[in-house]
Unconditional design. Structure first.
Length: 234
């Protein structure tokens, strides 16, 4: 329970910091729309996403990539928890997330910009499903916890560096009034829909397939290849 107390203390610290930063500021009403019409809300932004090919494709990529991430995350955690005690599991997860976050920061600082400049936006977004596909094949060929940990770590590093930086550029053509609600629809709504899809795939594979690890890796590869195809359509 000690880690829960640490988590609670961190959350209280964040809440206190937000209150401190917000002191002395008053909420400002949103400025009116350029043509006098009300600003677009969530439902109108959902309609914009469904009508716009770029945003529709971006939403499909987000749903599929979130589903693939959910599957590979389940494989990783199932592998490391199968033969580890509670203390060893907590220690292994702490080391894993520390290493992946450090590598992500280094990639963001050192190579993210040059990679996007060289690849362009669509292929930068496509680095995520390409990475998951490559490391998923390695995890299937070498069935051990370390390969699934490397695959999950590679997915996290790529998602939070090259993929994220390229993906944010997809919103550049949008008018300012539409950016925020559209990002909420895709970044929150499509991402959570992908989590749901990934969870249903995991449940179905575990229920239907004898060798669930192999079945889940096959599902990951299928989802990643489809995601790669959609990403390159951007």
């Amino acid at each position: 329970y000690a880690i829960l107390l640490v988590l609670a203390a961190l959350q209280l610290t964040c809440a206190g910091a937000l209150q401190l930063f917000a002191r002395g500021t008053a909420p400002r009403p949103a400025p009116p729309h350029a043509n006098g019409e009300p600003r677009p809300g969530m439902w109108s932004s959902l309609g914009t996403v469904t009508r716009t090919p770029l945003l529709r494709t971006a939403a499909a990529v987000v749903v599929l990539s979130a589903a693939g991430a959910g599957i590979i995350d389940y494989i990783f955690k199932a592998d490391i928890s199968s033969g580890a005690s509670k203390d060893d599991l907590l220690r292994a997860l702490a080391v894993f997330y520390t290493i992946t976050n450090v590598i992500t920061a280094l990639v963001q600082i050192a190579v993210c910009g040059p990679i996007i400049s060289r690849l362009g936006v669509p292929r930068s977004v496509a680095t995520l499903p390409a990475t998951v596909t490559a490391f998923g094949i390695a995890a299937a060929a070498i069935p051990c916890p370390i390969t699934s940990a490397i695959a999950r770590g590679a997915e996290l590093v790529t998602r939070n560096s090259v993929y994220r930086a390229g993906y944010e550029l997809l919103y550049a053509p949008l008018p300012e009034d539409h950016k925020r609600p559209t990002k909420v629809v895709i970044d929150v709504g499509a991402d959570k829909l992908g989590d749901i899809v990934g969870a249903q795939i995991v449940g179905a594979v575990i229920y239907l397939v004898v060798d669930d690890r192999a079945g889940l890796l096959v599902a990951t590869l299928v989802v990643s290849i489809v995601t790669l195809w959609w990403a390159l359509r951007l």
